[in-house]
Design a protein around this ligand. Structure first.
Ligand SMILES: N[C@@H](CCC(=O)N[C@@H](CS)C(=O)NCC(=O)O)C(=O)O
Length: 252
């Protein structure tokens, strides 16, 4: 039995939804509303002590960290395979998984929190904010919630994120000149790890990403959008999970 605790708009949750869909696995959904701070619920913290999504529970075992989760799914449910058959391909796949965690995440979290979390957090009274912060289990996230609630991100922080979008698109354009997917000719966990971040970048900054400089990246994205797993990932349960759509519900 597989249960996923996830967030509708969350990029890290989308990695796991896409992987589950590509593998054709049945799973139970527990959707958490991150803007209502459901990720800090003490019962959820027993599964995910960092108070973030996603968490996969498989036969009672909780697995955290989106890349660990998709690696776990690949190891536990190897058919259909989402790993290249050769060592060099598998290394490329791992490099893209790591890029998604390090650069992809850093490229999108600042503008995403600015768009989705700041409008909610800045409305909290000082007492409400204190109550929220008291339940956040890590110092890293406590200071992030504090920052978006009172003042937001600096221009330098936003620019740093946009630079990482360029770096990502440049690096992907190069990688995709050799094959149709990031680790070779077949879809792999490398593509699954990257696609939520690339889709988010196109949504947040079409002016940076929708240029003629990146034909291979756009062709790759269009190929992924044709797969049935795209619907399960970005339109989960018929709900539009893209940032611009979710931002409207947050601010309404
Ligand atoms: N490295 C973690 C990052 C998880 C993460 O930051 N999740 C975000 C959503 S993409 C979250 O839960 N944000 C809510 C919060 O920090 O309060 C992973 O890949 O699973």
């Amino acid at each position: 039995m597989l249960t996923l605790y996830h967030g509708l708009a969350s990029t890290c949750s989308k990695k796991v939804r896409m992987c589950l869909s590509e593998k054709g696995l049945a799973w139970e959904s527990h959707l958490l509303n991150l803007q209502k701070f459901e990720q800090h619920d003490p019962a959820y913290l027993k599964l995910n002590p960092k108070g973030v999504v996603p968490t996969l529970v498989h036969d009672g075992e909780a697995i955290c960290e989106s890349t660990h989760i998709i690696d776990y799914l690949e190891a536990t449910f190897p058919d259909p395979s989402l790993s290249p058959g050769d060592d060099a391909g598998r290394t490329r796949m791992t490099e893209w998984e790591q890029w998604s965690d390090e650069v992809g995440y850093a490229a999108v979290y600042v503008p995403t929190w600015d768009k989705l979390s700041r409008p909610v957090a800045e409305k909290l009274s000082d007492q409400e904010l204190e109550d929220v912060l008291e339940r956040v289990p890590t110092e890293e996230r406590r200071s992030r919630w504090q920052q978006v609630a009172r003042g937001g991100f600096t221009d330098a922080e936003l620019d740093g994120a946009y630079d990482k979008m360029w770096q990502t698109f440049d690096r992907m354009e190069l990688a995709l000149s050799d094959g149709i997917f990031l680790a070779g000719d077949e879809l792999s966990l490398g593509d699954i790890a990257m696609v939520p971040f690339v889709e988010r970048m196109t949504d947040l900054r079409p002016d940076i990403t929708d240029t003629e400089a990146y034909p291979s990246v756009h062709a790759w994205l269009a190929r992924l959008a044709e797969r049935p797993s795209w619907q399960d990932t970005f339109f989960f349960g018929g709900m539009d999970a893209r940032t611009s759509a979710v931002a409207k519900t947050v601010t309404s």
